[in-house]
Ligand binder design. Structure first.
Ligand SMILES: Cc1ncc(COP(=O)(O)O)c(C=O)c1O
Length: 355
């Protein structure tokens, strides 16, 4: 069997949830488990995070899988329904769609359903992605309240720059507060970064994602530094060792040239597994538990690592591509991206196992 495996630590997920719950205080917590729980496996993550007050997913299919496993938590569909024909199923499964366009209110008004639908109504407070403008949101709210088959409504918005200083978040928070002044509905605003840095934004429901998986939403800090535990360890092995002489090139395009005679390890993991091809020489990697670096260009199924100071490394030596001791954030930085992209990009051929 190919040695590449993503090991998921359910205890780490549980620990990170407790950290998030402590920060949330009286606010209830929706665990964001879209994108296959950020690559950790939807149902595995749901089980480890079942102490959350609810789940947030993207698609009806994800929500149906959760209901089929017996989860009776509130489940929010973060982009609502894509077509009106999803509404009866949403009602039947007691899912809570995010309503972000006026025509979705029309579709709800026309729907014939047997159960009440609770929903989230989204304001665009400055992210300019999904959400209604303030006046349109108030109109939508007024209309939704007249519909007999609409139950509880939660008002929500999403921050564009919660991972930066407060001066960037506060204008959005102000706009949200002004747009919803005098309304009595519960509110939901905070992602991981806001939950960790902006207690004034917590509201009634927080929606952390990345922190539950042990990674940091902040560019300058790792999850470990924030008291989180990495929930995924991407592991493989050395499958070959090549002697490379001073001046010789390594891998496609010979992007790395050996500055001296050296030993280069070949690891069973490549971009077809989700390892970022943009990570060239210098991405951190652990071999036999010792920190070293990748060399040259990542191939489809393999990558090269520097064994210069690891004379004892051999075929079969364990390799950690990311995980405890090799933060996914550092690998992401080396690849010019963020941990979110690496975690969610793990491909289907990578075995996922629990530790
Ligand atoms: C609407 C919404 N809420 C919450 C989250 C969770 O964000 P994070 O993973 O940064 O905590 C996301 C993630 O993309 C989102 O789109």
């Amino acid at each position: 069997m190919r040695p590449l495996v993503a090991r998921i630590d359910s205890a780490a997920l549980g620990h990170n949830l407790m950290v998030a719950k402590r920060l949330a205080g009286r606010a209830r917590l929706l665990a964001v488990i879209k994108a296959n729980a950020y690559g950790h496996g939807l149902l595995r993550a749901a089980q480890a995070l079942r102490a959350a007050d609810g789940f947030a997913v993207l698609t009806l299919d994800e929500a149906i899988q959760l209901r089929a496993q017996g989860y009776s938590h509130p489940i929010v569909l973060l982009e609502g329904f894509f077509h009106a024909d999803e509404i009866p199923e949403i009602a039947r499964r007691r899912l809570q769609p995010v309503i972000h366009r006026a025509d979705q209110v029309d579709a709800l008004a026309r729907a014939r359903v047997e159960c009440k639908i609770d929903c989230f109504l989204k304001l665009d407070s400055g992210m300019h992605r999904l959400g209604l403008q303030p006046k349109a949101m108030l109109d939508a709210l007024a209309r939704l309240k007249t519909l007999p088959h609409i139950g509880h409504i939660t008002l929500m918005s999403h921050f564009a720059r919660a991972d930066e200083g407060g001066e960037y978040l506060l204008p959005q928070l102000d706009l949200f507060r002004r747009a919803t002044a005098g309304l009595s509905q519960p509110i939901s605003l905070a992602n991981s970064a806001a939950l960790m840095r902006h207690p004034e934004s917590l509201g009634d429901w927080v929606r952390p994602g990345i922190m539950l998986y042990g990674a940091s939403p902040f560019a300058s800090e790792t999850g470990e530094a924030l008291g989180l535990l990495p929930a995924m360890r991407l592991e493989s092995e050395i499958i070959a060792i090549q002697p490379v002489r001073k001046g010789e090139g390594v891998g496609y395009g010979h992007l790395f040239t050996a500055p001296r005679d050296m030993q280069v390890g070949i690891v069973a993991c490549g971009y077809a597994d989700g390892y970022p091809r943009h990570a060239q020489t210098g991405a951190p990697v652990l071999v036999e538990g010792r920190l070293t670096r990748t060399l040259g260009r990542v191939s489809m199924d393999m990558l090269h690592v520097d064994l210069s100071d690891l004379g004892h490394a051999h075929v079969g030596s364990p390799v950690t591509l990311w995980g405890d001791g090799c933060p996914v954030e550092a690998v992401a930085t080396a690849a010019g991206t963020i941990s979110y992209e690496l975690l969610t990009a793990i491909t289907a051929r990578v075995r996922i196992e629990e530790t």
